[in-house]
Design a protein around this ligand. Structure first.
Ligand code: PGA
Length: 263
């Protein structure tokens, strides 16, 4: 079964509107000469305050090769939730995906598995798609509880979500010790964990959901690592942090996923 790969850039808390637009322009020109059908799905997740400008820039061409994601959302539609942004509000900017459960949000902002599940359900109910992040700490890996921890995160995130909605969703496996450290997870090991995630999805939601859901790897992905990662059976793309902040390195990563995109 062929799954369309995704290369998603998580810009984290970087780039004001002007810098975001410059980065998008650079990326657009880096991908200019490539027929869209040969590309993986290309996604960028700017900060909230840059979404308007980035969307305007993307709308300048008749057909954009780049889709938009938000880095977070709240699950209520509106109300007294100071500082939060609802999914309906994000839809103003032509959003396709919303990243939820990133380890930085879990670690610094107290995002729990229950909140991630509520967000996933609200995103799907609003017609958008969640990119659900999961991953283990170095300590958990050393204790040998990586698989148990991750399958637990996935089980909770997908609670009450239908097989059809699961099939459309995206998971990003991001070992925390590999995020922003330059220490990429060995491609075979990343593939092993991703296969285990797919098996978990199969047990919970059935074969079709497991075969359709796209599962990305994230954690120090670079132009030099992407081809080996994409060559693995179950890795359907990458969630890229640091290397997505430079147009040339992100475009190289996108191009590194082309072989799988065109099969
Ligand atoms: P990194 O970040 O590529 O800088 O390691 C990945 C992520 O946190 O999504």
């Amino acid at each position: 079964m062929s799954r369309k790969p995704i290369i998603a850039g998580n810009w984290k808390m970087n780039n004001n509107s002007q810098k975001s637009v410059e980065l998008i322009k650079g990326l657009k020109s880096g991908l200019d000469d490539i027929n869209a059908s040969l590309l993986p799905e290309v996604v960028v997740a700017p900060v909230f305050t840059s979404l308007y400008a980035v969307n305007e820039e993307l709308n300048k061409c008749a057909y954009s090769k780049i889709a938009l994601a938000a880095q977070n959302c709240y699950y209520q539609d509106h109300g007294a939730y100071t500082g939060e942004i609802s999914i309906d509000m994000l839809k103003d900017f032509n959003m396709t995906y919303i990243i939820i459960g990133h380890s930085e949000r879990r670690q610094y902002f107290g995002e729990t598995d229950e909140m991630i599940n509520q967000k996933a359900k609200a995103i799907l109910a609003n017609g958008l798609l969640p990119i659900i992040c999961c991953g283990e700490t170095l300590e958990q890996r050393e204790q040998g509880i990586t698989d148990k921890h991750i399958s637990n995160q996935i089980m909770q995130a997908l609670e009450g979500i239908s097989s059809e909605d699961t099939a459309k969703s995206v998971i990003a496996y991001e070992p925390i010790w590999a995020i922003g450290t330059g220490k990429t997870c060995d491609a075979d090991e990343a593939n092993r964990v991703i296969k285990m995630i797919r098996e978990t999805v199969k047990n919970l939601k059935g074969e079709n959901a497991a075969n359709s859901i796209r599962i990305l790897y994230g954690g120090s992905v670079k132009p030099e690592t992407i081809e080996e990662q994409m060559a693995k059976s179950d890795i359907d793309g990458a969630l890229v942090g640091g290397a997505s902040l430079k147009a040339d390195s992100f475009a190289k990563i996108v191009k590194g996923a082309m072989a799988k995109a065109s099969v």
